[in-house]
Each structure stands twice: as C-alpha cells, then as structure tokens.
Design a protein around this ligand. Sequence first.
Ligand SMILES: C[S@@+](CC[C@H](N)C(=O)[O-])C[C@H]1O[C@@H](n2cnc3c(N)ncnc32)[C@H](O)[C@@H]1O
Length: 338
Amino acid sequence: MAKVEKGRAERIRLELVRRGAVRIDFHIEEVAGQVLIPINDMISDSELLALGAEAVNGNAEARRNYRAPYEEIVREAVIPSDLKDRLPNKWELLGDVLLIRLEPELLPYKAGIAETYARTLHARAVCLETGGITGVHRTPQVEVIFGVGSETVHKENGILYKLDVAKVMFSSGNMEEKRRMASLDCRGETIADMFAGIGYFSLPLALHAKAKRVVACEINPLAFGYLVQNIELNHLQEIIQPFLGDNRTLPCGHWADRVLMGYVGTTEQFLPKAFELVKNGGVVHYHMLCPIDEFPERGVRQILESAGEMKIEVLRQEEVKSYAPAISHYVIDFRVLF
Ligand SMILES: C[S@@+](CC[C@H](N)C(=O)[O-])C[C@H]1O[C@@H](n2cnc3c(N)ncnc32)[C@H](O)[C@@H]1O
C-alpha cells in the first residue's frame, strides 16, 4: 500500500490512477491523518518515494461485489464452457486499442470474444496478434477483429505515443529500459538514436533526461511519420531532430555523447557506425539477442571486433527481457575512449 499524508492524498491518488497503479478491488483507508492507497506492482518503492508516498505492508478491505475484469470476461464470453479457461488472462491496452492473442481453438469465436474484451476493458478496437514482429521495419502481424481502425495515442511515463497498433510495433516489454533512459541525467548531451522507431527512447531522453539534442534516425517511413507526430505531440521540436533513412548514412565525425542501438537481431552490423558517431568518452547502449549461456562474452567480443584502436570500458550489462527459450534480449552500456 502507499501511505500518504491526508493533505496530499488526492493529488497522489490521481497520479497513481494515471499510472494504472491503484487497485480498485480494495478500499482506500484513512488512519490517523494518513491515507493508505492499495497499489499494484505498476509502481516501484522508489517511484512512490519520488511522488511523496511511502510503501507499507498491510491488508486493505476488499470491495464487496467487485469482480476482476478477467472474471467478468470469462463469465460474459459466449463460447462453449469447456473453452472458457483458454481465454487469455493477459492483454496489452495501448491507448484505447487492445491487443490479444488467442489459442487456435478460440479463433472460430474471435468476433464475439473481442466484443466481450472490448466491453469489459473499455477498448475502442481489438487487435489479434497473429505472429511475431518481423523484418527490418519491425512490422507486427496483427488483425483488427473488433472496431474500426487501430490508430491510437498511448500514454506511458508521462509521454504520448501515437501509433497504429496494427502497423508499427510498441515495445511494452522494454518498459524498464525506457524508464532507465528517462532516469538518466543527459543535460548538455547530444544523442544519436540509431533505431528510433516512433520515439520509444528519443522521447524519454528528451523529455525526462533533459538531453540537449537528440538525432532520431528511423528507416521505416510509417514509423518515421509517427515519430514526427510524437515529437510535436510532446512539444519536443526544439530538441529532437528526426532523420528518415538508414542510420549508416548519418553524418559521422564523433559528435554524439551517447549512442542508442535499440534494435536486436543484427545489431552488431551497426557497431562500426556507432564508433564513427560516438565522441571520445561517450557512451553506447548496445542491445543484442544472445543465448543466455554466452552472455556477456559474445557481446563484448562483437564490440571489441568493431572497436579497432579505440578502447572500451563496459559500464553495465543487463537482461532487458526474455526473448525465446534460453535466448534473451540484453543491453551492454560501454564507454569509448580514443
Ligand atoms: C525495435 S524498433 C525500435 C524500438 C525501440 N528502440 C525500443 O527498443 O523500444 C527498431 C526500429 O529500428 C528501425 N531500423 C531498422 N534498421 C534501421 C536502420 N538501418 N536505420 C534506421 N532505422 C532502422 C526499424 O524500422 C524499427 O522501427
């Protein structure tokens, strides 16, 4: 639970609601001038402290007659009862567009199922994920199965991201990494985001980390279009300079204090360019896919192979998320010295 002084409770409650962190299945209580707000794991203890609240243990009183959305969906879905336990209990709500996956047995009922999820979760449209994210442009394989249109504006960590959920990827799995980028102190820095997408890292670096300038490069014209709109939506035109094209055509000359390589699969092919962009003493965030038993050696070897005469100092190496059995998405932060 989050413990807050009564005078500040409403402001903090609203902020927690905005972040999707308040549990609505439990009551809020007041004890001796302190308000106890039941929260979920969408917010960390340190984020609570930053808001002016304290994380405490305790048992809040459950709201009677409250039914969790998933229970409601299972109850309401018009499908054979032996299939009800196959209904997905995980989904992704981006703005007002819902993304779900369905097991093959449920596909004949997809229209009705989508309508039930949309009604319960207040979504305008429902998209079915039919495959993974493919190709250089990172295109999702998605079918709209309820509602019209799949363009939406999603808010995350105080940033607005406009996107078409059916046409460009949104990497929710990288939420912690996006938060980490937002928490950096980049004042005075010029940053090269080599794989900008719709602005996943460029926007938090400009808005929260206070970078002086971000050059955001994106090769997919569709994602680039949303990048440009998102820069405007978040009023960051003075800071972020969008660049449409292959990042290997970015001007070289060691102008970047920080280089982001937020792409997985063949990222090592772009390391020579990162070494051309980064300043002496600058930092590179190198993302990669790697078998878990070969990390970090494989990544460090790839970096050293491109470094030539330059020296590197590894600052941090971390798993971003699991990708496939025994394969993870990792990030290595390293400093370049020459
Ligand atoms: C994984 S997405 C960006 C995701 C974001 N950085 C994140 O991790 O949340 C990678 C983006 O890089 C773009 N891309 C791929 N190759 C590129 C290249 N050579 N130059 C510029 N952009 C490229 C893709 O079109 C895609 O939008």
